[in-house]
Design a protein around this ligand. Structure first.
Ligand code: OAD
Ligand code: ZN
Length: 237
């Protein structure tokens, strides 16, 4: 068993699996289709150029779903972990649903952006979705009136805050992955990089896949069931 104490520098990477028990579908567990479009074809700059209204319909819908969802015991366990470890804890998420922050986590890196903002193509300003007029097919920027895009990192775009993430991979003692299929790069490579640079690694995932070969400790099952037990055991050690 990997031991964790208050001085352990811990980094956690989460994926869609951590929000599955909040009722939000994961990408590869749904049939991968939305209005008959493969999801991977909606989430690209090319799709936005071709049909911005279609891309906006998709993200408006996902934003509504995310707002209605509630943090589940997995999110809450990660918030308890941060309360305990303080600044030694960092959370990197591929999720765009905002549930980690709503559960109380403060050090959250949303590397794939957030459903909670629109981003202006012209002036570059971010605007919270609830301050935007969502009626038009392509909502206008409240600052300059140009068309907004969702503040989401699409396939082919560079994830946010990569330099900061690099530094975290170099400096952490323990790296944990939760609820991610590990097929979308660069996030998929983080656990191997962290291990190569000396961190102990663990994973919590519903399906085993290749993960058990990469990590020191693998826990198979639902994040909402396993994480609270793991976190309580670390805190009580
Ligand atoms: P995926 O849908 O690819 O993988 C979800 C993983 O979570 C799978 O391995 C499931 O077995 C696991 N899982 C499902 N329910 C779970 C539960 N209750 N507890 C624990 N694990 C569970 O989602 P991601 O890996 O997050 O990118 O996908 C990565 C990226 O691909 C996303 O961020 C998104 C997508 O295209 C962008 O939007 C840029
Ligand atoms: Zn603007």
């Amino acid at each position: 068993m990997i031991t964790i104490d208050k001085d352990t520098k811990m980094v956690v990477l989460t994926g869609a699996g951590v929000s599955a028990e909040s009722g939000l579908k994961t990408f590869r567990d749904s049939d991968g289709l939305w209005e008959n479009h493969p999801v991977t074809e909606v989430a690209t700059p090319q799709a936005y150029q071709r049909d911005p209204a279609m891309v906006w319909r998709f993200y408006k819908e996902r934003w509504k779903q995310a707002r209605q969802a509630q943090p589940n015991p997995a999110h809450k366990a990660l918030a308890r972990l941060e309360d305990w470890l303080g600044d030694n804890f960092k959370l990197i998420t591929q999720n765009v649903d905002g549930l980690h922050s709503r559960a109380g986590n403060k050090n959250v890196i949303e590397m794939h952006g957030s459903l909670e903002n629109g981003l202006c193509n012209s002036c570059g300003k971010r605007s919270p979705m609830d301050s935007i007029d969502l009626e038009p097919e392509i909502p206008p920027c409240p600052n300059c009136g140009s068309g907004l895009r969702p503040d989401i990192v699409w396939f082919g775009e560079m994830p946010y805050r990569m330099q900061e993430i690099d530094r975290l991979l170099q400096s952490c003692d323990v790296f944990m992955v939760v609820g991610t299929s590990g097929v979308v790069f660069p996030a998929a490579g983080f656990v191997m990089t962290a291990a190569y640079l000396g961190a102990k690694t663990l994973a919590v995932n519903l399906e085993a896949g290749e993960m058990p070969h990469f990590v020191d400790e693998f826990h198979q099952g639902k994040a909402g069931e396993l994480l609270p037990t793991l976190v309580d055991a670390w805190i009580q050690q």
